[in-house]
Structure formats: C-alpha cells, structure tokens
Design a protein. Structure first.
Length: 248
C-alpha cells in the first residue's frame, strides 16, 4: 500500500505564518504537521509515499530527505498550485499508484490510531468521519445510509442530514482509484475543471456505482470521533492545535 500526501497549497488563511513556510512544515508542539503525518503512517506499517508539492516545495523535499531518508518516496511537482485545487494534485499521482492507497491531506493533526481503524475496516473503500452535529458550511460533510455507506459527500449538503465531517484521511482500492482517475482525467483534460475539491469526484464515482450496481465503487464511513483530530486552516485553528498538543 502507498500513502499519498497532498501538500501543494499556499494556505493564505494562515498568513503571516505561511509567508515563508508551507503549512505542513509549521510546528505543532515540537514537531511539524508533515513529520507527525509521516510518523503516523509509518507506525501503521506503510513505508511507500507519494508527495504532491507546490508552494515552497524545496523546503518540503529537503525536510523529508533529511528526516526520513529510508522511506520509499516519490515527489510530484504541481507547478500551477496557485490556480488549481486538491483534485488536480490527486490526478497528478495517476501514473504512480501501484495498488491500494491511503490518501491524506497534509494539514491534519490526528491520532495515529485513525489510520489503524481504516486499515482494520472490512470495507476496501472507507474514509475517516468525525461523527458530530457541530458542523458548519466549510466542512466536508457526509450523509450515510443505515450501513454507514456514504450517499452524499461535500461542503454543500444538508447539515441536519449529515452524520459528521470527513476529516481528509481515506483508504481506497486499486479498482476504485482506476475509476476515480478516469473521472479526474475527464474533468481536467477535457473540461478544464482544475479548481475543485476531490470529494466532488468521489461523489460522481459513488453515483456511477449506484447506476451500474457496482458495489466496488461504494465508500463507507469509519467512525473516528473518539480520537484526536483537527484540520489546520486558520490562525485560530493553529492556536487551538497548540493547546490540544499541550493538554493531551
């Protein structure tokens, strides 16, 4: 299994902290976010990584090479990172994925046990969900059926109908990724739709699976609400994360 870590963005909402440093290299406590993420992945037995970088990418490469010289690593450069979104970065990995994957955003402070929960799931396609009713318009929300299968995913779905927030950590099969890359390829190369969150393509593949009755394109939620997890998007998030580390 490979771990894909997306780390191309500028993170304007965290300025001035990100004026000279990519978000994933900001320290939370005594370690930066990327170090924490890589260590969490390694602790779950995965040592092959694909990094998609963009903003100040040389700093990210230098850090990974210096602190994790023994891991398997592929770096992919997203040169137009200021004008595209994470769906484009994910699409760029299509020629490097060899099997099942773990997909992670690089701006999450999370407990290593969350990855373990995904790997232990009997479902080959699953994502980590913080089950909560404290939701807002900016979060990626999910609507589930009674078997925890995802019916809808995205920002613009009903908050009252949502089970919680998708936190940005997913496990997908090689078969699922083949279908996902086909959708991303069409959107990006034919429709020039480069500025989209990848969850929109998750939704299209889910809907296609319903039509074709292909259960291999279903995604299931894994409840990780008992574990520490937060996304770092704003200065307030950054300050909250520092307090979370101190008080854990």
């Amino acid at each position: 299994m490979q771990a894909i870590i997306l780390a191309a963005g500028v993170s304007r909402r965290l300025r001035p902290l990100t004026d000279t440093t990519p978000k994933c290299l900001l320290n939370i406590g005594d370690k930066n976010l990327l170090q924490r993420t890589i260590e969490n992945v390694l602790s779950n037995g995965i040592s092959e990584f694909i990094f998609v970088t963009g903003y100040r990418e040389n700093m990210i490469r230098d850090f990974v090479d210096a602190f994790f010289p023994g891991i398997g690593k592929t770096f992919i450069s997203n040169p137009d990172y200021e004008n595209n979104n994470n769906s484009y970065s994910l699409w760029m990995t299509k020629d490097y994925v060899k099997g099942d994957i773990l997909l992670l955003d690089s701006d999450i402070l999370f407990d290593e046990k969350i990855i373990g929960e995904l790997l232990l799931s009997e479902k080959e396609n699953c994502l980590a969900v913080n089950y909560t009713d404290s939701l807002d318009e900016e979060q990626i929300k999910v609507i589930l059926d009674t078997d925890s299968k995802i019916l809808n995913i995205g920002k613009d779905i009903s908050i009252p109908d949502s089970a919680g927030e998708s936190i940005g950590i997913e496990r997908f099969s090689q078969y699922f990724m083949k279908g996902l890359f086909a959708i991303l390829d069409r959107k990006i190369t034919q429709e020039n739709n480069v500025n989209e969150f990848y969850e929109a393509s998750f939704q299209e593949l889910i809907d296609t699976g319903k039509i074709n009755q292909d259960k291999r394109n279903s995604i299931y939620a894994v409840d990780v609400s008992e574990f520490r997890c937060m996304e770092i998007d704003t200065l307030q998030d950054f300050e909250n994360a520092q307090r979370l580390i101190i008080n854990k």
